[in-house]
Design a protein around this ligand. Structure first.
Ligand code: ADP
Ligand code: MG
Length: 378
């Protein structure tokens, strides 16, 4: 067990790293963040911000010498960097798990190998592969780059073979998947915490997610699903974590089709935007859980304390200047989280707020009311 006062390393300095810093420092750990951005949201709250690239030898050497363990908040850290740390200190999640999760082809292939369902898809290595893929899938389908996609970036909807060829070029003629578009009843996600030796597992209540333009907009908990569907989704997520012998926090995004099927969409080898509700509505947040898994502590309770709606705050809200936060802060059951980012841009995640209430109906009402108030001109 790694005890408080030890130094924990985080690779990546965005908002997820920032919330990890808060959780770890609250518990008495020290945190070093590696991120080249001088204005890194996590760097600002770390004990030490190593302002260097993810492959810079001096910074990596120093971290390897001083950190008791290392975690990531960003799956695109070079594999060699994770392997370099693995030679000496615990890295959680492992380089292998990160390698599976960051590549849609490996990820979906791995999921299917476990006997778990995904949307039908074809691997597209070159434009020549599009012919068979378009013939084999119901169109329109979705073309997605295998790597580096997030918030709906790196994907496009294609309605014909010609559009698929054009889309493939527009995405940079890089490895892709062509995936059937599912008729969604809803989207849900499950955050799982899994320990190392023995793999003790804790799962969070299922969240129901609404995306707008490919970006998460809201998560509500409890989800509007039966206990049976929730149990099945949770079981699928745990199976995936077990299959990878995963250590750390893993988030699994699942489609619930209008036909009642549960299909795994993707996984994130880390805490996730759809788990931000846990910051205020469960006994242990997903970030404290990340600290616990990294340090070999048992998982904290994931018990839901309140119905909750999480609403993302995007840079678009700054269009008329700084939002009037007083309109949110005057609500006693709304909790504001801002990430300390300097430059608001459309689509950029700047923060979120959690609305807590006695029941989910009231939480939804509060979230809607605050959204309208924030959108009104000053
Ligand atoms: N096959 C699909 N069928 C229906 N909707 C989809 C499909 N793939 C993606 N989407 C929609 O786009 C969103 C973002 O896609 P996703 O594959 O999760 O990429 P990202 O890595 O950007 O999160 C999903 O949450 C969902 O709303
Ligand atoms: Mg996604």
């Amino acid at each position: 067990m790694i005890e408080p006062d030890a130094i924990l390393g985080v690779l990546g300095g965005g908002q997820l790293g920032r919330m990890f810093c808060v959780a770890a420092r609250t518990m008495g750990y020290r945190v070093w963040v590696l991120d080249p951005d001088p204005h890194s949201p996590a760097g600002a709250l770390a004990d030490r911000h190593l302002q260097a690239g993810y492959a810079e030898a001096d910074a990596l050497r120093e971290m390897r010498e001083h950190c008791a363990a290392v975690t990531t908040e960003f799956e695109n850290v070079p594999a060699e960097t994770l392997e370099y740390f693995e030679g000496r200190i615990p890295v959680r999640p492992s380089s292998r798990s990160v390698a599976i999760a960051r590549d849609r082809i490996r990820e979906k292939t791995f999921i299917r190998e476990q006997g778990l369902a995904t949307a039908p898809f074809f691997v597209i290595d070159s434009a020549a592969d599009l012919q068979a893929a378009c013939a084999g899938l119901r169109l329109p389908a979705i073309l997605k780059t295998a790597r580096l996609g997030y918030d709906g970036k790196g994907q496009c909807v294609v309605g014909s073979h010609a559009e698929a060829v054009a889309g493939f070029q527009a995405l940079g003629a890089t490895a892709c998947i062509l995936e059937e578009r599912i008729d969604l009843a809803r989207e849900i996600s499950v955050v799982v915490a899994r320990g190392s030796a023995g793999g003790e597992v804790a799962t969070y209540p299922v969240g129901q997610n609404v995306h707008v333009n490919g970006i998460l907009d809201t998560t509500r908990v409890p989800a509007n699903i039966t206990g049976q569907v929730a149990a099945q989704a949770t079981q699928m997520a745990v199976r995936l974590a077990d299959a990878m012998d995963y250590c750390g926090v893993l988030t699994v995004e699942i489609f619930h089709s209008t036909g009642g099927q549960l299909l795994i969409n993707e996984m994130a080898p880390r805490p996730h935007n759809s788990g931000h509700y846990t910051l205020d509505a469960t006994l242990t947040s997903q970030f404290e859980q990340q600290v616990r898994m990294l340090c070999g502590l048992p998982p904290g309770s994931t018990r839901l304390l309140s119905a909750v709606v999480m609403v993302n705050i995007l840079g678009d809200l700054w269009e008329q200047g700084t939002p009037a936060w007083n309109r949110l802060l005057r609500h006693a059951e709304a909790k504001l989280h801002l990430y300390g980012k300097r430059t608001p841009r459309p689509g950029r995640k700047m923060g979120h707020y959690n609305c807590l209430a006695e029941d989910i109906g009231q939480a939804i009402e509060l979230a809607d009311r605050i959204r309208q108030e924030l959108a009104k001109p000053a």
